[in-house]
Design a protein around this ligand. Structure first.
Ligand SMILES: Cc1cc2nc3c(=O)[nH]c(=O)nc-3n(C[C@H](O)[C@H](O)[C@H](O)COP(=O)(O)OP(=O)(O)OC[C@H]3O[C@@H](n4cnc5c(N)ncnc54)[C@H](O)[C@@H]3O)c2cc1C
Length: 446
């Protein structure tokens, strides 16, 4: 049996960030990765004309400090996203189409109502500690109701409910009818409690060399410390040590093991020697499933029609689009579209989604030179997209969320407030620091 100081399960941004810090500290670390490539939910393809296309995680916000710091250390560059582009947003609603920023389809009165609710949401969000939402005096109640129920109870008009639902739909997270208010407050509290989800806070920067390059560069630095095509089947903790078995039966022994797996695939790993409570909390977490598309064009044709490429759509399987880079359009299919999407014969998916793009942005959307479809929802090693919190989930997962039970450590975007590349890097580096401190800080993963 091979012996190591630390085994890291998973070579996504979290596992790579953890392993990189451990290796830099002189630890004998080995990363076991199921796929034949690093990066997990960040992945990129190159088009025939040499453009990089992001098929997974893509954009970050200014408050994503752990990710931004790592990008600097890796010698990569952050630049602006679609948020900085001119042109207007397209709204394709059941009631008709509009072009314009800032909810142009709302009446003045509806807008006032929206702004009042947003102020109330900010006030509530500021009262939630993102690292410890459980300590909020009203945590149980805030977690038991959905964002939509809260908005209605505060006198939110149908237009306000629609605006919030369109935002969730475009982000490809669960409907606001099935999202915990406490989870959403926690998420926006982490972003500075400045209102509802905003592109300015969450989506104003991207790595110009390609988001997936962040993972590729770390993998390059780690070299032979990563074993690819090595899915972990079991972890046994006994006498303060970890034994990790691959599906092939090969075994490793280590002083510590770090799980950097998404919560879905982690449920498929047989774990013993970790407390029932810790495992129950981990296994209670879930993800929102999604499918991503990327369509490549000769130029950003949408700009000629005064659009910025951003859209919100109520009537198509695609919930929303945005401009990824010049001539490249991204889009997401939210959980509510996935039943119909997976029922569509595979050969019809690209043509149907091209019809969707044309319905949203005009007939030029048909003229793509490359079209990428990435079924993250059904990907065996992801089983989702970003962390999802239905009403009751925050309290059920409880304060053990993101905590370590040495020598069993956890990291990964699911172990932060709501997912995202920031969550992966932040928890990955925190897990490495906790291992190096000898597991003294069990809460460091958050
Ligand atoms: C379509 C899409 C768009 C997104 N857009 C954004 C965005 O714009 N901005 C943003 O910040 N975030 C975005 N995200 C989220 C972000 O990409 C992820 O939260 C983040 O990359 C997850 O990193 P991770 O290391 O925690 O997990 P992962 O990247 O999922 O890494 C986990 C690794 O574990 C491996 N694995 C699984 N099971 C096993 C096993 N049994 N044994 C060994 N290895 C295993 C997997 O293959 C994978 O490599 C997006 C995600 C998706 C899917």
């Amino acid at each position: 049996m091979e012996k190591r100081d630390v085994i890291v399960m998973g070579a996504g941004l979290a596992g790579l960030s953890a392993a990189r810090d451990l290796a830099a500290a002189g630890t004998d670390v080995l990363v076991l990765e199921a796929r034949a490539r690093p990066g997990g939910r960040v992945e990129q393809a190159t088009t025939a004309d040499g453009r990089l296309v992001q098929l997974g995680g893509e954009i970050v916000g200014t408050f994503h400090t752990a990710y931004r710091k790592l990008v600097g250390e890796l010698g990569l560059t952050l630049g602006p996203t679609f948020v900085a582009s001119s042109g207007e947003t397209k709204w394709k609603l059941g009631s008709g189409e509009t072009l314009g920023d800032d909810l142009p389809w709302m009446s003045k009165e509806e807008r006032r109502n929206y702004e009042r609710l947003e102020r109330e949401f900010s006030r509530l969000a500021a009262s939630v500690d993102p690292d410890d939402p459980w300590s909020h005096p009203d945590a149980q109640r805030l977690d038991s109701i959905s964002v939509a129920d809260w908005a209605r109870s505060e006198g939110g008009s149908p237009a306000v409910i629609l605006a919030l639902e369109l935002s969730a739909h475009a982000l490809a997270v669960e409907s606001i009818e099935r999202t915990s208010l406490l989870a959403d407050l926690r998420k926006e509290s982490a972003a500075g409690a400045d209102g509802f989800y905003s592109f300015e806070a969450w989506e104003n920067e991207r790595v110009l060399e390609g988001s997936a390059t962040v993972a590729l560069r770390m993998a390059e630095q780690l070299g032979g410390r990563i074993r690819y095509s090595s899915p972990v089947a079991a972890v046994h903790i006994a006498s303060g040590r970890a034994r990790v078995s691959l599906r092939t039966g090969e075994e490793f022994s280590a002083d510590s093991v770090i799980s950097a797996l998404p919560v879905g695939p982690l449920r498929d790993v047989h774990i013993t020697g970790v407390s029932v409570e810790r495992l129950a909390s981990l296994h209670r977490q879930r993800q929102a499933p999604a499918v991503k598309i990327a369509a490549v064009y000769a130029s950003s044709f949408w700009e000629e029609a005064g659009m910025n490429g951003t859209s919100y759509s109520q009537t198509t399987l695609i919930g929303g689009t945005w401009a990824q880079s010049p001539g490249v359009l991204s889009g997401l299919l939210p959980p509510s579209s996935l039943g119909e999407y997976f029922a569509t014969p595979p050969a019809r998916r690209e043509p149907d989604l091209t019809d969707d793009l044309a319905a949203i942005l005009g007939t030029q959307a048909r003229e793509h030179s490359a079209f990428f479809l990435r079924n993250w929802a059904s990907d065996r090693w992801t089983q989702g997209y970003v962390t999802g919190w239905r009403p009751g989930d925050v309290m059920s997962v409880g304060p053990l969320h993101g905590t370590h039970e040495p020598p069993f450590y956890v990291c990964g975007s699911d172990q932060w407030v709501c997912g995202y590349m920031e969550g992966a890097v932040r928890t990955g580096r925190a897990a490495a620091a906790a291992v190096l401190r000898g597991g003294k800080d069990r809460r460091a993963a958050r």
